[in-house]
Design a protein around this ligand. Structure first.
Ligand SMILES: Nc1nc2c(c(=O)[nH]1)N[C@H]1C(S)=C(S)[C@@H](COP(=O)(O)O)O[C@H]1N2
Ligand SMILES: [Mo]
Length: 171
């Protein structure tokens, strides 16, 4: 997928920082703290039984993406930092075309993996550089750079902006 010139410029202006994935085969660090995200389903052959379990440090050890945007849920522009959903699934060796994202409240939504942009949405673990609690839609929230492009202000983007994300299943 290629970024349009307009999107690239806007992305640059928004101060996006993106680092390439160092190695797709690199294993995820084993969790030592509270597990906040599990990924299961159709994943790579090295996946442990029961799926991939990640704690906050494990997520923070992965390449991070940041962008600043307003949202329909927060006041004023905020800087969100997290892991690109698409890249995380690639690192997990996802071999299906669909991912189900599931939240703490049982909300579930389906996303088409090939249609995901390489960088957006992200699974955000920080807002303005600080972790956020379940009360504030944390600790993990799927967010898009809504201000960047009209397509991120669509019903599909809003419906897949899952807060209190706790599980993803690849089908
Ligand atoms: N955890 C969680 N995230 C969720 C939802 C939900 O029920 N729970 N609803 C989704 C849908 S369908 C939409 S349109 C928006 C709704 O946000 P709102 O309830 O603030 O309008 O959040 C999305 N993210
Ligand atoms: Mo919705």
């Amino acid at each position: 997928m290629r970024l349009s010139r307009r999107l690239m410029t806007a992305t640059f202006l928004l101060g996006l920082c993106w680092q390439p994935v160092s190695s797709l085969a690199e294993p995820f660090p084993a969790p030592t703290e509270e597990v906040i995200l599990t990924i299961d389903g159709k994943l790579g052959p090295d996946t442990p039984a029961g799926g991939i379990a990640l704690d906050l440090s494990g997520l923070k050890a992965l390449p991070a993406t940041s962008f600043t945007t307003r949202t329909i849920w927060t006041d004023g522009a905020k800087t969100f930092t997290g892991v690109s959903l698409r890249r995380l699934l690639e690192m997990a060796g996802a071999s299906g075309n669909t991912v189900w994202a599931e939240a703490l409240n049982g909300y579930q939504v389906e996303m088409n993996i090939p249609e995901l942009h390489p960088e957006f949405p992200i699974i955000a673990y920080q807002i303005d550089g600080v972790e956020f609690s379940r009360r504030d839609k944390g600790p993990l929230w799927i967010v898009y750079p809504y201000d960047l492009d009209e397509r991120y202000r669509s019903e599909v983007s809003f419906a897949t902006s899952v807060w209190q994300l706790q599980k993803m299943t690849v089908e």
